[in-house]
Design a protein around this ligand. Structure first.
Ligand SMILES: [Fe+2]
Length: 376
C-alpha cells in the first residue's frame, strides 16, 4: 500500500520538481521516519505575517558580549538556547583561566569559531584552532588559555546533559565521515603547569549549576599517564568528509557528527553541489515537526540564507516551515559548490531563547522570506 502517490508528483524526491511548484518534505523523526513530499503552488514560507510565539529567529552571536574582556572561558559563557537535554552558549574568553574547572553536570563540546590557544586537561594539553570540536567528557578537569595574539576568541559551547557519542556509520564503513586516525587525543605533559609556582591551586566544580571551589597545595592536574576509552578528543571540520550524491540532495542527517540524548550535532561543510540535470541544489522546504533546528554559521557564504553572516544563529522551532530564501533557488543554478561551514544542533524537546539572545535578535528574520525585506 505504501508509499502512496497522488496528483502531481515527481518519482525521485528533490529532482525534476514540476515547473512552478514548490516541494516540501513532511517527515517524522527528523529525516529518518515516514515521510511525504507535498507539491505546493506557493512557497510554504510565503506568509504575510505571523501572530503568536511560533516564529523563526535569527540571533547575532557577534553582538552577545557576555562579560567584559577580563572574563575567561567559564565566566564569559552566555546561554543562547536551552532545554533539559542541552544548553548552547556563546563563550568569548579575553583572558586565561586562573583556576581549573570541572563540569559535573554535563559533557561539553567546544566548537572553536575564532581564536587559538591551549586547553590543559587531566589527559594532557591540546592546542586548538578555528574549526575544532573539542569533546570533554563530564567530570574532566581543565583550563583554557587563549593566545592573546590570535585576535578575538569566540567559541560555541554545547553543554550536553547526557554522554556525547559518535553516529553509527553503518553501510558507509568506519572510514566514512572521517578516518578515526584524524582524531587527536591528549598526551600527559606537565611542562605548562611546571612553570607556575603557587601556594594554592583552585578547582571550580559545577554541579546542579552551582560552583564549588576546592583548593589544593599542588596542581590538580598532575596525571603522568592514562589508559582507557574515555578521554578528551578533538576533531577539526576540515578532516570531515561530507557524504553527498551528485544526483539528489541528501538530508541533513548525513552530516551528523555527534549524538546525545534528545539532540544531534551536524556539520555542514564545503562540498560540490548536485550536478545531475533537474537535481535541486538548495535545502528543501520542511516543517521539522519532531525537532527544533539551530544553525550556527562559522564560515563561508550562506547563499540559501540571505542576511545571515558568520557568528550568527538561526533557530527554527518545530511546526513552522523553513527553506531557501527567495532568489536562492535561482542563484543556485549557477553554483557548482558550497563553501559554507555551519554547525547544526537539532533537538527533540523545544528550546527556549535566553534573555541575552532575545536582546540580539534580528527582528525582521521571520519575514525575510518575503522579497525586498532583507534589511536588518
Ligand atoms: Fe532544516
Amino acid at each position: 500500500m505504501f508509499p502512496l502517490n497522488k496528483g502531481i508528483t515527481t518519482p525521485q524526491a528533490h529532482v525534476n520538481i514540476p515547473d512552478g511548484l514548490y516541494e516540501e518534505e513532511l517527515g517524522r523523526d527528523g529525516f529518518y521516519g515516514p515521510v511525504t513530499h507535498l507539491y505546493h503552488q506557493h512557497p510554504p514560507t510565503g506568509w504575510t505575517r505571523i501572530e503568536g510565539p511560533l516564529k523563526p529567529h535569527a540571533i547575532d552571536g557577534n553582538k552577545i558580549t557576555g562579560n567584559p574582556s577580563s572574563a575567561d572561558a567559564i565566566s564569559s559563557r552566555t546561554p543562547v538556547l536551552f532545554n533539559e537535554d542541552v544548553t548552547l552558549h556563546v563563550c568569548k574568553p579575553g583572558t586565561p583561566m586562573d583556576y581549573y574547572f570541572r563540569n559535573a553536570d554535563a559533557d561539553e563540546v567546544y566548537f572553536i569559531h575564532r581564536g587559538q590557544g591551549v586547553i590543559e586537561t587531566d589527559f594532557g594539553p591540546l592546542q586548538y584552532e578555528p574549526g575544532d570540536y573539542i569533546v570533554l567528557p563530564r567530570g574532566t578537569t581543565y583550563r583554557i588559555s587563549p593566545d592573546p595574539d590570535k585576535g578575538k576568541h569566540f567559541f560555541l559551547l554545547i553543554e550536553s546533559y547526557s554522554r556525547i557519542r559518535q553516529p553509527d556509520r553503518g553501510m558507509l564503513g568506519q572510514h566514512a565521515l572521517y578516518d578515526p586516525g584524524v582524531i587527536k587525543t591528549p598526551t600527559p605533559d606537565l611542562s605548562i603547569s611546571a612553570k607556575e609556582s603557587r601556594p594554592e591551586w583552585e578547582l571550580k566544580i559545577q554541579r546542579q549549576q552551582q560552583l564549588t571551589s576546592v583548593f589544593y597545595p599542588f596542581n590538580p592536574i598532575n596525571v603522568v599517564g592514562w589508559k582507557g576509552d574515555l578521554t578528551v578528543w578533538q576533531l577539526n571540520v576540515r578532516d570531515i568528509c561530507p557524504v553527498l550524491s551528485h544526483k539528489a540532495h541528501l538530508p541533513p542527517s548525513v552530516h551528523t557528527t555527534f549524538l546525545a540524548r534528545g539532540f544531534v550535532i551536524c556539520s555542514f561543510l564545503p562540498r560540490p553541489l548536485e550536478t545531475a540535470p533537474g537535481a535541486e541544489k538548495v535545502p528543501f522546504y520542511h516543517r521539522n515537526i519532531d525537532y527544533d533546528e539551530v544553525l550556527f554559521y562559522h564560515d563561508g557564504d550562506f547563499f540559501s540564507r540571505e542576511g545571515i553572516d558568520t557568528g550568527m544563529f538561526t533557530f527554527h522551532p518545530q511546526g513552522i516551515h523553513h527553506g531557501p530564501h527567495p532568489g536562492a533557488v535561482e542563484a543556485s543554478k549557477h553554483k557548482t559548490e558550497t563553501n559554507e561551514v555551519a554547525v547544526m544542533v537539532d533537538t527533540q524537546k523545544p528550546l527556549q531563547l535566553s534573555e541575552q539572545a532575545k536582546a540580539c535578535e534580528w527582528p525582521g528574520y521571520a519575514m525575510s522570506w518575503q522579497p525586498k525585506t532583507h534589511s536588518k
